[in-house]
Design a protein around this ligand. Structure first.
Ligand SMILES: [Zn+2]
Length: 65
């Protein structure tokens, strides 16, 4: 399935996934509209994450068992 980011009433289609970038969904504190992480992917599961989020994702996987 295609990933999309930042779908809300003012932008119902959101923003399509940039396949060169980390798939992590970032929630800014100021707008509350999520956007795709802007770092380059290449780490973690299937190389879909940036270095920082690969680590974070791995930690969450471990928590969920
Ligand atoms: Zn990232």
């Amino acid at each position: 399935m295609e990933r999309r980011y930042g779908e809300w009433a003012g932008n119902p289609k959101g923003t399509a996934e940039d396949i060169t970038r980390c798939i992590w969904e970032v929630w800014p504190n100021d707008t509350y509209i999520p956007h795709q992480c802007r770092r380059k992917r290449g780490y973690g599961k299937d190389g879909l994450y940036c270095k920082q989020h690969a680590k974070k994702h791995q930690e969450e996987d471990n928590r969920h068992g």
